[in-house]
Ligand binder design. Structure first.
Ligand code: ADP
Ligand code: ASP
Ligand code: MG
Length: 424
């Protein structure tokens, strides 16, 4: 007997037939004698629709009211998961399985106060653990918890992954299975590169980079939690026949295991390619080259909660003036320009320029730590395709390259083949 947390994403619970199919996956594990907690997302497209309703509420002409109250945003967008948790409990009950739904506030899953992007602080797993021991399946609404203000709080887009891993850690599960519409983590997004290969295993650090750099198969925070709490996490498909051979394998279920790097015997130099769309670049020209300039730029941006990513500062020619270029998400450009405009005097720049619609393509692999020349091959390959590089950042295990949006797919496929990732 094992304790298993199973998470099903939006496409897996997109309609009643799929929810029925999910119930069959759960039944398989229950019938095998395991204790099971399930975490569900909203039906696919539902959260987008709910967010759209919040954002498109008509405003009174001339009103200076804030865009919207983040606590009410949470009250609205958390509702998608309430529906699917109830529906899955009903589907399970109709198969004769003892099951009940749980909302985040009922456990409770305690979060911080950052409405819309809250972090889980603590989960009380006593009730569900006891009931699981009595044979009841807990069906938990993902993506939501209870803030310190006693209000619903959501965990940021893709947050049900994090709910699942956090619950797995709280109930000390033997495994956390993230069921989605692909059968594992691939060398790159299989929607962009059909030749992408499924990875049998991927190291926590690599998965963390893949997720942070745009591979939305797992929310970044879920990987952090899995790494810290050593949760044995698998990414696998909900679309396979629930009763196909091997689906119920306890130690080696089909899919990709996210694990410690020591568990990976054959480590490649490059493990995967990720991409993030909708990046924007802002340049401040002819800045005073003196101590405190960076603080004057990035301090106010941080206060405005704008996430700055790549930063490039030129060495000044004459020791007095320099240029600074950095990237922010496209959605934050207007806000960033406003903040920088308000602080023009303090920063002391001449002109400000911006460009949206850029893409960041990243090459990721732990093996890069001990191999030289990985970056050079990327630059050569992109040059051969006529793709211009706008900015570069590197760390021990990744290289990120900023390019023009229309080249995204070509760049991903080019880098994927440059490192031989399409060959088994
Ligand atoms: P869910 O609704 O189940 O949470 P998501 O849409 O959030 O599913 O994540 C699954 C999607 O992630 C896949 O359909 C795939 O297009 C995308 N994806 C991006 N990069 C990768 C990758 N390296 N491996 C697998 N899937 C990836
Ligand atoms: N339904 C939420 C979203 O679409 C959470 C999730 O699916 O993980 O972002
Ligand atoms: Mg997701």
């Amino acid at each position: 007997m094992a304790r298993i947390v199973m998470k099903f994403g939006g496409t897996s619970v997109a309609d009643l037939n799929r929810i029925h199919n999910v119930a069959r996956h759960v039944k398989r594990e229950v019938d095998a004698g395991h204790e099971v907690a399930v975490v569900v997302s909203a039906m696919s497209g539902k959260t987008n629709e709910l967010v759209g309703w919040v954002e498109n509420m008509p405003k009174v002409a001339g009103s200076n009211a804030p865009f919207y109250d983040a606590r009410e945003y949470d009250a609205v967008v958390a509702s998608g998961e309430q529906v699917t948790s109830g529906l899955l409990a009903i589907a399970l009950q109709s198969m004769g399985i003892n099951a009940r739904s749980w909302q985040g506030w009922q456990l409770p899953i305690r979060t911080d106060n950052a409405h819309g992007a809250a972090r889980i602080l603590d989960i009380d797993g006593t009730d569900i653990t006891r009931r699981m021991g009595e044979g009841q399946v807990a069906v938990v609404a993902g993506f939501q918890g209870l803030g310190p203000d006693n209000r619903l709080a959501t965990l940021g887009r893709g947050g049900s992954d994090t709910s699942a891993v956090a619950i797995a850690a709280a109930v000390k599960a033997d495994r956390c299975d993230i069921y989605t519409d692909v059968d594992g983590v691939y060398t790159t997004d299989p929607r962009i590169e059909p030749k992408a290969r499924r990875l049998k295993k991927i190291a926590f650090e690599e998965m963390l980079e893949m997720a942070s750099l745009g591979a939305k198969v797992l929310q970044v925070r879920s990987v952090e939690l899995a790494m810290v709490h050593k949760v044995r996490t698998f990414v696998r498909s909900s679309f396979e026949d629930p009763d196909a051979p091997g689906m119920g394998d306890l130690m080696n279920p089909p899919g990709t295991l996210i694990c410690d790097e020591d568990e990976i015997v054959e480590q490649e130099v490059v493990t995967g390619i990720a991409y993030a769309k909708d990046e924007a670049q802002i340049s401040l020209r002819r800045l005073a080259d003196r101590p405190g300039v960076s603080a004057a730029i990035f301090g106010p941006l941080a206060e405005a909660h704008i996430n700055v990513d790549m930063i490039v500062q030129n060495i000044s020619e004459d020791g007095s003036k320099t240029d600074m270029t950095f990237t922010v998400p496209s959605g934050d450009v207007d806000k960033a320009l406003r903040v920088l405009g308000d602080n023009k005097e303090k920063i002391g720049y001449d002109v400000i320029q911006s460009e949206s619609g850029l893409v960041k393509v990243s090459v990721i692999g732990i093996g890069m730590r001990s191999h030289a020349g990985v970056a050079a091959s990327a630059f050569r390959a992109l040059a051969d395709k006529g793709i211009n590089i706008k900015a570069i950042t590197t760390s021990e295990i990744k290289i990120s390259i900023l390019i023009d949006g229309p080249y995204a797919e070509l760049a991903v496929r080019t880098l994927h083949s440059t490192y031989g990732l399409d060959k088994s």
